[in-house]
Design a protein around this ligand. Structure first.
Ligand SMILES: NC(=O)C1=CN([C@@H]2O[C@H](COP(=O)(O)OP(=O)(O)OC[C@H]3O[C@@H](n4cnc5c(N)ncnc54)[C@H](O)[C@@H]3O)[C@@H](O)[C@H]2O)[C@@H](O)CC1
Ligand SMILES: Nc1ncnc2c1ncn2[C@@H]1O[C@H](COP(=O)(O)OP(=O)(O)O)[C@@H](O)[C@H]1O
Ligand SMILES: [K+]
Length: 467
């Protein structure tokens, strides 16, 4: 698992670390890391430009320039605010033969030391003018300047980094925005840090959490999933949700609804019934995709919320909660619910747009509904009411296709039925869903049914990393 820490927590930890470290030592350690990565990227070429801002981020760039000079690299610095350039860094840089100029010459690599953790807003005009002229690859110090460190939001000009070297720990920007290849330099910060503000599951974490049957298991002991989705108008949603559930975990899937014939035809291993009241016992329900929002759909929703098992509520289920808050209020407050809106469903549910800070939006909704909230998108955010947040970045946008969300909700239902902790269930499903989309697409558009069919390959792929 990768952790990401907010600027507030990083700065507090850095202050504690600075108090017990000789002056300048941390910056030199950090900038030595920048210089090491710069040399690697240069691969024998020898011209580097520095864009140097007014704070310690600029100081890092100047010290990196100093170390590069000592390795015989030609380094030219543009000081965006010459009177406020880091004094010790600038002195060392000049001492080592670094050149200061008003414009960057032609170089092989640009080091972006415009602004780091204290950034606010997009690049200011002077910095933006220099950045606009850059054609060489950019190595960002700590984070690409112009991108918000805590939200990854850009509201104007920003640096596009080939590589980012960060220090002590990763920050939210590294999970939420494109920072290129992110390298972490250890400056001894970890002991000073609290728990992470965001986390990102890696393959090994997903493999560890994914249910695998043991020798003593049978089809019931692994958790039976119930799917309440689809309708006469939208039988496909039922087929996709049920199929995803069948493929995600071993054990049994029950389907209840108007699409029973279609589901039975495609998934003979599922136990299908036309009515929710005949469905039999399950350990979790996945409800909503293609269900409709009429009276019979409302009754289905009431029924699953009353079943005393965890529920993944998607699509029409979310719209029904938005249209009829009584449905939500009437539920047993102890029922675990995972809500999986896309942005428009979020707006319906919350009565406000998601906005640019998607993590804050997901946290607000999780808190308001006392539920796990999975906000869909290229970067999926999962927040639980206790404040924990997991992010999952999709490496491609091919999963943005009709029916893809139906697949996700079936997978989450399966993991909940298997007893996976709700935040983890949602985050693991998002991880495998994105990977399945990537594997299935392989560079070309895919229907959601192909994404679904790639679930076993995606599970195999994440499990391949475990011994
Ligand atoms: N505190 C520490 O111990 C360490 C800090 N380090 C570096 O220090 C950085 C933080 O330094 P500072 O807190 O001095 O501040 P920054 O260097 O992040 O910012 C400095 C100044 O940039 C200007 N600025 C803000 N937003 C801007 C924008 N959008 N466009 C252009 N200019 C903008 C402001 O005048 C701001 O005060 C970290 O990102 C890291 O690079 C590292 O040296 C590691 C050790
Ligand atoms: N740009 C994107 N890149 C990667 N994945 C995306 C993107 N947009 C949406 N997705 C994913 O695709 C799925 C779409 O779900 P949803 O909007 O509910 O579609 P549908 O209702 O048609 O099933 C979600 O899992 C979401 O995270
Ligand atoms: K920077």
């Amino acid at each position: 698992m990768r952790g990401f820490w907010s600027t507030e927590h990083v700065k507090a930890a850095e202050d504690r670390l600075l108090a017990r470290t000789p002056e300048g030592a941390l910056m030199r350690r950090a900038s030595f890391g920048v210089a090491t990565v710069a040399l690697e990227l240069l691969g024998g070429r020898r011209r580097v430009g520095l864009l140097v801002g007014a704070g310690n981020n600029g100081g890092d760039a100047l010290w990196a320039g100093y170390f590069l000079r000592r390795r015989g690299v030609a380094v030219t610095a543009v000081l965006l605010d010459p009177d406020r350039a880091h004094p010790a860094g600038l002195a060392a840089f000049r001492r080592a033969g670094g050149r200061v100029a008003s414009e960057l010459p032609e170089v092989d690599l640009v080091v972006d030391g415009v602004v780091g953790l204290s950034a606010s807003g997009p690049l200011r005009p002077a910095a933006a003018a220099h950045v606009a002229k850059v054609t060489a690859p950019v190595l960002a110090v700590d984070l690409p300047s112009g991108v918000d460190p805590d939200t990854g939001v850009t509201g104007g000009p920003f640096v596009e980094a080939h590589t980012t070297v960060t220090f002590g720990c990763r920050k939210p920007v590294h999970a939420l925005a494109d920072c290129g290849d992110v390298r972490l330099v250890d400056i001894g910060l970890q002991p000073e840090l609290p728990g992470p503000d965001l986390m990102e599951l890696e393959d090994a974490d997903v493999a560890f959490a994914w249910p695998v049957p043991g020798v003593g298991d049978d089809k019931y002991s692994q958790g039976v999933t119930g799917i309440a989705a689809g309708s006469a108008t939208y039988p496909g949603a039922a087929v996709l949700s049920t199929g995803a559930s069948v493929l995600a975990t071993s054990g049994m899937v029950r389907y209840a609804g108007q699409a029973a014939d279609a589901v039975r035809a495609r998934w003979p291993e599922s136990i299908c019934t036309g009515s929710i009241t005949d469905a039999g016992r399950v350990q979790a329900w996945s409800v909503g995709p293609g269900l409709g929002t009429g009276l019979s759909a409302e009754n289905v929703l009431r029924y699953v919320l009353d079943a005393g098992v965890p529920v993944c509520a998607d699509a029409d289920a979310i719209t029904m909660f938005a249209n009829n808050p009584d449905l939500w209020d009437a539920r047993d407050p102890d029922t675990t619910v995972v809500l999986t809106p896309h942005d428009r469903e979020y707006a319906r549910l919350m009565g406000e747009e998601v906005g640019t800070d998607r993590v804050a939006a997901a946290k607000r909704a999780a808190e308001r509904f006392n539920a796990v909230l999975l906000l869909k998108g290229n970067t999926t955010i999962v927040a639980d009411p206790g404040g924990a947040v997991a992010v999952n970045r999709s490496r491609s946008a091919w999963p943005a296709t009709a029916g893809s969300g139906d697949v996700l909700s079936g997978m989450i239902g399966s993991l909940l039925a298997a007893g996976v902790y709700p935040l983890l269930a949602a985050a693991c499903a998002a991880h495998v869903h994105a990977l399945a989309g990537e594997l299935a697409a392989d560079g070309a558009p895919i229907p959601a049914s192909s994404l679904m069919a790639a679930i076993p390959d995606a599970i195999r792929s994440v499990r391949a990393v475990t011994p």
